[in-house]
Design a binder for this molecule. Structure first.
Ligand code: NAD
Length: 290
């Protein structure tokens, strides 16, 4: 099964990157947004990213024009009727995603593969909503998509082998290294990363060590490029809380997923980290204050 026509729904932070790498991989890409303004914003991001690649000599002007010409913007999901694969990258809300997949199940061709870029929801539930669970996979790209090498390709017990294999090949075509994951909370990366981050917060809560010492320990002791508390603040405390909240509700007996009180408190006080200037650290632009 070859994938040539790809649909991307949502052209935000993730969707614009996925659309770009799919086009760079030679696919014809229909990008669907909720409205014309959001679409224009997403396309501007792509143009900016392509221009940088040309500037750095990583893409010729001719290749850049090809990437842009293979992108077909739209505000109608009906325009995805001829796609071999549709990747959803809309808001992280399961009900909204299920509604979209129910529509996609009706609009797309019968052998079209349906994929979600969700970070935290079960792929199987979206597959069931689509009415085509055999064609449903997760394609979990990482931010920023243009730079991050990994894509997790997620299969549910109902995913057909051919659909999984085609999605895996698509990941390669986007220039990424795909890994196979099952439909378990957090797949591979977040299943390891989120409990690690939450445990760092619990260490602070217990008074075991300071944020700075935890970060120094993991940087110098494990050669991690960034310590966990720095990373939490960098990504946004609300993002980690959102994922952990959902998992705690869904898996109340898993102690690794329990949301620490100080995380809830900081988010309630709008101390989200880098984006709000204050989290576990105080921030000056892109860097925590010394
Ligand atoms: N941000 C990250 O670091 C990251 C990493 C991996 C996965 N994800 C996942 O990717 C998905 C998208 O996240 P994001 O950060 O790009 O969000 P975002 O808010 O930047 O982009 C979402 C876009 O979807 C559009 N949209 C919403 N509903 C729509 C609809 N029904 N039809 C068409 N467009 C619609 C919005 O207008 C918006 O532009 C989420 O599921 C998120 O969990 C995010």
């Amino acid at each position: 099964m070859t994938i040539s026509n790809v649909g991307i729904v949502g052209c935000g932070l993730m969707g614009h990157g996925i659309a770009q790498v799919a086009s760079q991989g030679g696919c014809e890409v229909t990008v669907v947004e909720a409205d014309a303004d959001a679409l224009e914003k997403g396309l501007k991001r792509i143009d900016g990213s392509i221009a940088k690649l040309v500037e750095k000599g990583k893409l010729t002007a001719e290749a850049a024009a090809g990437v842009r010409n293979r992108l077909h913007p739209s505000t109608r999901i009906q325009d995805l009727s001829n796609c071999d694969l549709v990747v959803e990258a809309i808001v992280e809300n399961l009900d909204v995603k299920k509604k979209l997949f129910a529509d996609l199940g009706k609009i797309t061709k019968e052998n079209c593969i349906l994929a979600s870029n969700t970070s935290s929801f079960p792929i199987g539930e979206m597959g069931d909503a689509s009415g085509r669970p055999g064609k449903m996979v997760g394609l979990h790209f990482f931010n920023p998509v243009q730079l991050m090498q990994l894509v997790e390709v997620v299969r549910t017990p109902k995913t057909e082998e051919a659909a999984f294999a085609a999605a895996f090949e698509f990941g390669k075509r986007c220039g990424k290294t795909p890994v196979a994951a099952k439909d378990t909370p957090g797949f591979i990366v977040n299943r390891l990363l989120v409990p690690y981050l939450l445990e760092a917060i619990r260490m602070i809560e217990r008074g075991d060590a300071t944020p700075r010492d935890i970060d120094t320990a993991m940087r110098l002791g494990c050669n991690f490029p960034m310590g966990p508390v720095h990373l939490l603040d960098y990504v946004g405390l609300d993002t980690t809380q959102f994922i952990a909240d959902g998992w705690e509700k869904r898996y109340p007996n898993e102690s690794l997923f329990k949301v620490p009180g100080i995380l809830k408190k900081l988010v309630a006080e709008k101390k989200m980290g880098r984006k709000s200037g204050r989290g576990f650290y105080e921030w000056e632009g892109d860097k925590p204050k010394a």
